[in-house]
Ligand binder design. Structure first.
Ligand code: SAM
Length: 283
């Protein structure tokens, strides 16, 4: 039986393709890990799926067997050609788009009901791609994402830990990490130099903070973590200026604390108090 590793090599030869490190082209060739992805998705027949970066289509082949509609967004023109000309290309319910996920208009691409997302995200785009997926969270119910271990750790981090920061708070704002699975470099070809983690993130029906308050929350969180070793009173002095005392009092947050100790709810109180004191979200 041909292994996925052999299949990948022969596809590259046929295409004249060299995997790009900048595009994070480490292809998953371990069948058990692909099975784990399918299991983490926990699919119903009616679930639509968005796959980010289908690559050579090894995961995609399983997805189209499990779901009636799969939308796949791939940035690499050679891989798009490979998928379009291969057996997947003519498969009913497979919708391939040649786009960058950082600029894809999900509202135009996807149906009204929420779909599940599968993404094996390269390090270079992982954080911005996740933020886009979170912000379009009304379109998605579950994300099953393969990430560099350190990025996964930041997403799932608890307050009071070194990994806790903007990504952790944004993940909590939009969803909840419900499963983590470690994946070793041997599962990919070419082998990456880093370990990976698969996360299942269940998205909330609505973000935990009202949409209108999110720009201000973003300003407060960014300013807080830009100087994470400082006390919040100092880290947020520039943003809050003369209103600082009033804002910390109203939010019932001690300005001697540091950003990395605050729960999402406490940041949300600071952002609300900042708004009530006339602060805007574009600072
Ligand atoms: N899903 C395949 C797998 O698991 O074997 C390929 C994963 S590979 C780590 C990442 C894939 O994402 C590649 O096919 C790459 O070309 C694609 N990609 C990288 N940046 C992208 C972007 N900004 N938008 C869409 N696809 C992207």
């Amino acid at each position: 039986m041909t292994t996925l590793h052999q299949e990948a090599r022969s596809a590259w030869r046929e295409l004249g393709f060299t995997p790009s490190r900048a595009r994070g082209q480490n292809f998953l060739v371990h069948r058990r890990v692909i099975d784990t992805i399918i299991q983490l998705l926990d699919l119903d027949e009616d679930d639509g799926i968005l796959e980010v970066g289908p690559g050579l289509g090894f995961v995609t082949r399983c997805l189209v067997g499990e779901s009636r509609n799969v939308w796949a967004v791939e940035v690499d023109p050679l891989l798009v050609r490979w998928l379009r000309d291969g057996p997947l290309g003519s498969r009913a319910g497979f919708h391939l788009v040649h786009q960058d996920v950082l600029t894809t208009d999900f509202d135009r691409l996807l149906p009204e009901h929420r779909v599940k997302v599968v993404a094996n995200l390269p390090y270079s785009v992982a954080a911005p791609a996740l933020l886009r997926l979170f912000e379009a969270g009304h379109r998605f119910s579950v994300l099953v994402v393969m990430l560099q271990k350190e990025v996964a750790r930041r997403l799932a981090a608890e307050p009071g830990t070194a990994a806790y920061g903007v990504l952790s708070l944004w993940c909590r704002l939009y969803g909840k990490v419900t499963r983590k699975v470690a994946v070793s470099p041997e599962a990919f070809t070419p082998r990456p130099r880093v370990d990976s983690t698969l996360l299942r993130i269940e998205l909330h029906p609505e973000p935990l903070v009202p949409a209108g308050e999110i720009p201000r929350l973003r300003s407060v969180v960014r300013a807080g973590f830009a100087r994470r070793r400082k006390m919040l009173g100092n880290a947020l002095a520039g943003l809050f200026d003369s209103r600082a005392g009033e804002i910390f009092d109203r939010a019932a947050v001690d300005p001697r604390r540091r950003a990395e100790t605050l729960e999402l709810e406490e940041f949300a109180r600071l952002a609300r108090a900042f708004g009530e004191a006339g602060g805007d979200g574009n600072a």
